[in-house]
Ligand binder design. Structure first.
Ligand SMILES: NC(=O)c1ccc[n+]([C@@H]2O[C@H](COP(=O)([O-])OP(=O)(O)OC[C@H]3O[C@@H](n4cnc5c(N)ncnc54)[C@H](OP(=O)(O)O)[C@@H]3O)[C@@H](O)[C@H]2O)c1
Length: 268
């Protein structure tokens, strides 16, 4: 039983990969550095062949236009290659992501969908790490709370779904344990980092300019900014029980994540 991690070197994929490696389960990862490219279907069949299960992490975002067609093709390929289960990383409240989930499932392979809230690690391993380090978060975010989830909890849930005896053909919504506005999140980060981290709500063009200054390409920054404003309308302003149901424990808080990040030398 070999598990394939599509997007293996990334933030979630590497966590899933490391956890499976520790259990000595046969696992291999795929990304552009192994010759697998989401933009080149000619690279998919050889990548998928020989696996019995796959963790599917699409980059840059499952909700972006054009992704459902890719997920449909992958679902068919996975069925033809004899995969017995898929675990798909998805986002809460995102219409585009819903279409991608359905498209992957249409291939007929039992699929666990993990619909996640905002990753806490966006503040330290992604586009908000520079702003936090500089002490100034500028986002097109209204005063609407979000249930930031820890990627380590997401990875634990993915590993459970990949390794439990029977596949789970089900969808789980994964959130953290508390609802926080971005302003409240900035206060927690400031307290844990012991230096100011301010929050300022800005419009989409300003946010896209800030992202460009941090090296995020416009073709990624613009849909990201619009996704931001779409989903921060209150639709995800609720807690979910996916982590408790799958892992039988409470999810990790933003404060705990921030303390761990500081102890590991993050934001220094
Ligand atoms: N950020 C959030 O708050 C959030 C919340 C909910 C859901 N999500 C979902 O999470 C997913 C992203 O997860 P992540 O943060 O773990 O991923 P990630 O760290 O952004 O990237 C995963 C890996 O994908 C590979 N990659 C990039 N472009 C590729 C391509 N064209 N073909 C093949 N591989 C490629 C990269 O490795 P190489 O450079 O080696 O190719 C990268 O290491 C998205 O689908 C998003 O919708 C995100």
């Amino acid at each position: 039983m070999t598990t394939l991690i599509l997007g293996g070197p990334g933030r979630s994929g590497s966590r899933v990969f490391d956890r499976l490696t520790v259990t000595a389960a046969p696992v291999r990862f795929a990304s552009r550095r192994t010759g697998f490219d989401w933009d080149d279907r000619g690279t998919w069949a050889t990548t998928v062949r020989g696996s019995t299960a796959a963790y599917v992490c699409f980059t840059p975002d499952l909700a972006f236009p054009g992704v459902p067609a890719k997920m449909e093709a992958l679902g068919v390929l996975a069925a033809q290659a004899g995969l017995e289960r898929l675990v798909l990383l998805s986002g809460r409240g995102e219409e585009g992501a819903r279409a991608s989930e359905a498209a992957l499932r249409s291939g007929g392979v039992p699929t666990t969908v993990l619909r996640c809230s905002w990753f806490q690690q966006n503040f330290s391993e992604h586009f908000l790490s520079g702003p936090v380090r500089r002490g100034r978060l500028r986002l097109p975010a209204p005063d609407v709370p979000e249930a930031f989830v820890d990627l380590d909890d997401v990875a634990d849930a993915a590993v459970l779904a990949l390794t439990r005896p029977a596949p789970l053909d089900a969808t789980y919504e994964l959130s953290g344990p508390e609802l926080l506005t971005f302003a409240q999140a900035a206060e927690i980060l400031a307290e844990v980092c012991r230096r100011p981290v301010t929050f300022e709500s800005v419009d989409v063009p300003t946010f896209v300019e800030d992202l460009a200054a941090d090296g995020i390409p416009a073709q990624e920054a613009e849909p990201l900014a619009h996704l931001f404003t779409d989903i921060l309308d209150g639709r995800n302003a609720s807690l979910t029980d996916g982590i408790q149901v799958l892992l039988d424990r409470q999810p990790s808080s933003l404060q705990t994540y921030a303390q761990r990040t500081v102890e590991a030398g993050g934001w220094s």
